[in-house]
Ligand binder design. Sequence first.
Ligand code: DGJ
Length: 729
Amino acid sequence: MSIKVNEANLLFHLQGKNMSYIMKVPKGQYLTHLYWGKKVNHYRESNKIIFMDRGFSPNPDDSDRTFSLDTIPQEYPQYGNGDFRIPAYQVQLENGSTVTDLRYREYKLYKGKSKLKGLPATYVEDDSEAATLEIILEDKLTGLLVTLTYTVFNGLDVITRSVKFTNTGNEKLKILKAISASVDFRDDNFEMITLYGAHNNEKNIERRKITSGIQMVDSCRGASSPQQAPFLALVRKNTDEDNGEVYAFNLVYSGNFAAQVQLDQYKNTRVSIGINPFDFSWILKPGEEFQTPEVVMTYSCKGLNRMSRTYHNLYRKRLCRGEFRDKIRPILINNWEATYFDFNAEKIQAIAVDAKKLGIELFVLDDGWFGKRDDDNSSLGDWVVDKRKLPEGLKALAEKVNNIGLDFGLWFEPEMISIDSDLYRAHPDWCIHVPNRSHTLGRNQLILDLSREEVCDYVVEAVCKVLSEAPISYVKWDMNRHMTDIGSAALPVERQRETAHRYILGLYNVMDRITNRFPKVLFESCSSGGGRFDPGMLYYMPQTWTSDNTDAVCRLKIQYGTSFTYPSITMGAHVSTVPNHQVGRITPLSTRGHVAMAGNFGYELDLTQLTEEEKELVKKQVALYKEIREVTQFGDFYRIFSPFEGNEAAWNFVSEDKSEVVASYFKILSQPAAAITTIKFKGLESEYLYENLKTGEVFGGDELMNVGITLPRVKQDFLSMLWRFKRVR
Ligand code: DGJ
């Protein structure tokens, strides 16, 4: 990793492990992009930008007809002085004009990486782990400074980028758009991959051709959303899991975003990603700053698997934080699908007793323990135990569960308020709303206005009070509706469009305070499943409930897509009952176990209803997961067969020292006259000899990877197989 600056011609060369990223300021003015791709050791501008007079392309400063922002590749493009493509930002002046002219002013270089004020971001523990370049651009007329920050990390092919706007002038500016990164590629040989979905159907992989004009994915739901992930990758047409180039972008943000690709008239491809400019603006008074979220850009010349491993590595080690970052995660049992709202202390204890017998380590009490919540129509905001269900209170229940031998975890939905709640009766204006308009309800609830300090304080105090009064070692932090009627009673007219972003800043502040106050509590975020599974949330909470859909077959796709950016240790995955509650499918318990073991493993069913035979199998699954979780939670992950492409799925994990392998294979439907499958494992050490722990057979790493194992023909739907290999020499 290094950042080299050629002072003479203002050329900036950032290097990762296998990649180079190069920029330059031609004619001392506009910051242009020269290259991003495979590493070059000595760059001498062999791919010089060709300046030429092109029809309809305007020239700034009434001068050189060969210089036009409309055609040159840029780092942070603007609208108004020649570039008609997607701008990176737009700022309105007091006179109503939206023209600004950012030109190069100076740069700063330093070791390490600075924190982003109020926002989650990747970090370093030691300055030697990264190098950072700040390039400062200036609009002389207004005094607007724009600081572009680039960080490269040791041993990784990652560049993080973010942007800071500083108003050093005398007039009030209004930011209409401020994205985190824009990259101009000088060719069109790409396809685009995004992750789309819905509640119960998150993170589907979509690969499409790029056509002229703009293609975009976004969210205006107040959350990063299950509909589109804040992720976009450009891939070469021949790129697959293990070959070809990938340029990926993932925004560290949990709110409204937009990710766009534009193919222009001269076959250049522009990518841009950041806060969604739709329904957004931000007043920047003299002396004030605005910080955009960070985008994590990765480059891979070895396909999508390498892209994912880069993300996994960085996110596991330098995005997630706290006590649990490097700790084995507990196997949990959650009562949601077992009881929904209908439980009492006896029922909970009965499940806990069985869980203990089976080796499970943590009991999680889900929705319904507070207020008078017998369904989802009331009580959000009233974080006081419901004595009808738990007459002795939470502390007594948690202690009983502890005495049974399990840790105790609890569900909250702290960002919400029910109209039928004491909190709403006391503070009807604490919700996000527009005066004089009726509420648009979602799950019969409203969203607390976290853009307000006093509301954030209330949430922090209410959650902390519960956590300090009972031995709670895990929190499931849920969020179950999207934002409508966006407005804040506390903001002036001209700042109403700041509400959605201020909400996210408030949320980050709340999570920061609570997680800091309870560093020994394991937090898992959730938004009706994976509706807000994004790097922003992972910064505060190191695991996320991947989907409310617990069907093993659906989960193959959901987890496969999620693995594009997020490591297994962050993905909550539970075995549930059959027929499955979301899709009605009946799959074998063993298959449900193998699918869930690819994530952060747990159960979500009524253990007391299992047969003795099923309990025996659960016991074995729990014991097996305890043996393999070091590898699956901290090892490298390789996708082998994609459930998006056929009837099979497969993947394997390899421990960091390559001495242990855990691999799984799934066949969805049994087929007549089916081809025989050979599975070739990935990421092993060619020279090592590995023993199959079940059969005792020994194979070389090269044989397992290049020749592979031929699978037996089994006539069964929803089939699964799991292998464990250990190095013997
Ligand atoms: C949505 C979550 O995703 C579920 O797991 C469960 O916690 C419910 N909310 C509870 O209301």
